[in-house]
Design a protein around this ligand. Structure first.
Ligand code: C2E
Ligand code: CA
Ligand code: CA
Length: 523
């Protein structure tokens, strides 16, 4: 009797184990598949993001080239203007045509195109960008299809016609390319260009739609893709992802079993980090590109958790901004910097300390007063301070920005336009901020020694800076080739991993004391 009871129990137990195992396997399978589908969606989104960046880079080129032409004013058909227009149209592959127009004259780079482009422009109905002075429209002029970028000023208008076909064709991986349709669409849904290979006829079945909009221009990239093609791409992702998903679900199960309490919300974590001092400064040195002498450093925020892991500023700075904690964060960093490197800065009067301030923060009420009292407390000489204002976010009120800029100048604090060339503000920010430095974004420095287009963009920025009497600084210099190329282009100062990564205060002080001898020598 006893024996048979044990057998039944064993059978029950085995049955339960098999059931449990099947349940767990089923859960794994489901989790793994949703994980893969999610990973695929993420990958498609990343590809679209790459397409958007590529498109933005073309528009940036047009905007800067027009800025360069505009700065030469007055608009007309003088030989100098004609030469400048031809030069810009000639050195850029994507700018097919340029038009400069004032009440007294209208000039084109290539007069052969003039009539059909003029007619197409008349019907173009352009859409304004965040900065309303810049407008975009799809253009069809005879055989030619592309994007019109128009900048309207008090003196007239400057227009560039960009070839956009070809921008999308190599974005998708080969196995998806024949089952997809990609389109570049304006915010009013007009299609600027599209990429639809012959095989995309298969799109009549079930398809999924993805889209990514530019945050800087009223344009987006849209992808329609055959669901069957994405599903088989899912499978080709392979067993390692399933294994990872299995491990992840096991891990989650384990954590769940341990009955972990609900994690703090990101905002609670941020408050906790601010009050416990987990957010702290690091300093990335700036150097003279020809002598290798250190010229200053940029203060960058770091969030290091007690377990040594860190959270990127790309995550917590936007969180601090949106939740109204950015002033607290900036001032806490300045206080810490004052304690850590204040003495060293006072001993080295030629070194400058740059720190980042967002445009909204700059325009926030009482910012200059609070800042001035904080830097007094931290013991900084305002003449050694530079505030970096990013171009990535729009300046909501240019007149207010000019007032703040003047107040800061009275204190002796200088301004830098950060991430130059990537923003919405264009020339207006140069006028409004009356900044001392123009800091060219890593995005352009990356390509400067590789492709002509990046070099042209950097040249355009340098020429703009010189017209406004600004000094140019390059950021994100990683190679010796980039350093040499930037020097050739006339840039004297920069920062980047070639020289130094952001350093803790003790390492920075050691390097200052060594006299920064470790630098690459002048070319
Ligand atoms: P940013 O102001 O453009 O700072 C430069 C970023 O590029 C820093 O990233 C720096 O570590 C990185 N970097 C510098 N040289 C190189 C290089 O040669 N190669 C590569 N790959 N990267 C390089 P980080 O520290 O992650 O900061 C990212 C952004 O977060 C900053 O960009 C800035 O916009 C923002 N940020 C950081 N600290 C603060 C802050 O205290 N206040 C505000 N408002 N923004 C901050
Ligand atoms: Ca910066
Ligand atoms: Ca940057």
């Amino acid at each position: 009797m006893g024996g048979s009871a044990t057998t039944t129990d064993r059978l029950k137990l085995t049955g339960a184990s098999i059931g449990l195992a099947a349940l767990v396997a089923g859960c794994f399978w489901l989790i793994a598949h949703s994980f893969i589908a999610q990973a695929n969606r993420q990958q498609l989104n990343d590809l679209l993001q790459a397409a958007v960046i590529r498109l933005e880079r073309q528009i940036d080129l047009a905007v800067m080239s027009l800025g360069e032409l505009g700065a030469q004013g007055p608009y007309g058909c003088s030989p100098a203007v004609s030469r400048a227009i031809e030069d810009i149209a000639f050195r850029s592959v994507s700018i097919r045509e340029i038009r400069v127009s004032s009440p007294s004259a209208t000039c084109w780079a290539d007069n052969d195109h003039e009539q059909i482009f003029q007619a197409a422009m008349g019907a173009s109905d352009p859409v304004p960008s965040i900065n309303h002075a810049y407008e975009l429209a799809p253009i069809e002029a005879g055989e030619w299809k592309g994007l019109m970028v128009q900048w309207t000023t008090e003196d007239g208008s400057l227009t560039a016609f960009l070839a956009t076909e070809g921008l999308l064709f190599d974005i998708l991986p080969g196995e998806l390319r024949d089952h997809a349709l990609m389109e570049m669409v304006l915010s009013d849904q007009r299609v600027v260009s599209s990429y639809a290979p012959e095989g995309a006829a298969g799109l009549v079945g079930d398809f999924s739609e993805f889209g990514k909009a530019s945050e800087r221009y009223p344009i987006s990239v849209r992808l329609m893709i055959d669901q069957a093609a994405v599903a088989s791409w899912n499978r080709s992702f392979g067993s390692n992802i399933i294994a990872i998903a299995g491990l992840v679900s096991l891990g989650l199960g384990y954590l769940g079993a341990r009955g972990l309490t609900r994690p703090l919300t990101p905002l609670r974590q941020l408050d906790d980090a601010l009050s416990r001092g987990y957010i702290h400064p690091v300093y990335q040195p700036l150097f003279c590109l020809s002598t290798g002498r250190m010229t200053g450093f940029e203060l960058l925020a770091r969030w290091t958790k007690p377990d040594g892991s860190s959270i990127s500023p790309a995550v917590f700075i936007p969180l601090a901004e949106e939740s109204g904690r950015i002033d607290r964060l900036t001032f806490a960093l300045l206080d810490r910097a004052g304690a850590e490197i204040g003495d060293m800065l006072r001993r080295n009067e030629t070194l400058k300390l740059s720190f980042n301030v967002t445009p909204d923060q700059l325009l926030g009420s009482g910012f200059v007063e609070s800042l001035s009292s904080r830097i007094g407390k931290a013991g900084f000489n305002p003449k050694q301070l530079v505030i970096e204002i990013t171009e990535r976010q729009p300046i909501s009120d240019f007149e207010a920005a000019l007032r703040v800029s003047r107040e800061l100048a009275k204190l002796g604090i200088r301004l830098a336009i950060d991430d130059a060339g990537t923003g919405h503000n264009g020339l207006s920010s140069l006028h409004a901020l009356q900044a001392h430095y123009l800091k060219i974004d890593k995005y352009f420095v990356d390509g400067v020694a590789l492709d002509r287009k990046s070099a042209v963009l950097v040249e355009a920025l340098i020429s703009l800076a010189s017209q406004f009497g600004m000094e140019v600084v390059a950021e994100g210099i990683e190679t010796e080739e980039q350093r040499i190329k930037l020097l050739d282009l006339g840039i004297q100062e920069g920062q980047g991993y070639l020289y130094a990564k952001p350093l803790p205060a003790s390492d920075l002080i050691a390097r200052v004391e060594q006299g920064a001898k470790q630098m690459p020598k002048a070319a």
